[in-house]
Design a protein around this ligand. Structure first.
Ligand code: SF4
Length: 98
């Protein structure tokens, strides 16, 4: 019997829970007028889709759903496009539900 199963990333991410550190985002996007190629790449590589293009054509991050995978850190931190740190203790993603 051939049972085809597929799991979407979005379905699995739904089970995670987050404790938001209000007013202290652990990722910050450098101020810019035109996004660099690295910033534009973040729109596509973040599995939690934390990065968005706003109505002024600038890249913004909302860290509430961040799973702390570090992908954006590898791409954006060396070029200075973002500042990345782990959330303070007790805050951030809780994986035990996923
Ligand atoms: S650490 Fe991962 S999940 Fe969090 S914003 Fe960066 S790419 Fe997205």
């Amino acid at each position: 019997m051939n049972v085809e199963t597929s799991v979407r990333v979005e379905d699995k991410l739904f089970y995670n829970r987050y404790l938001v550190d209000v007013g202290r985002p652990h990722i910050k996007v450098r101020a810019h007028t035109k996004p660099s190629p690295q910033l534009l790449a973040l729109l596509k590589v973040c599995p939690a889709r934390c990065y968005e293009l706003n109505d002024k054509g600038r890249v913004e991050v909302t860290v509430d759903g961040c799973i702390e995978c570090g992908t954006c850190r590898v791409i954006g931190e060396p070029t200075g496009d973002i500042e990345w740190s782990y959330p303070r203790g007790g805050y951030g993603v809780l994986f035990k539900f996923g």
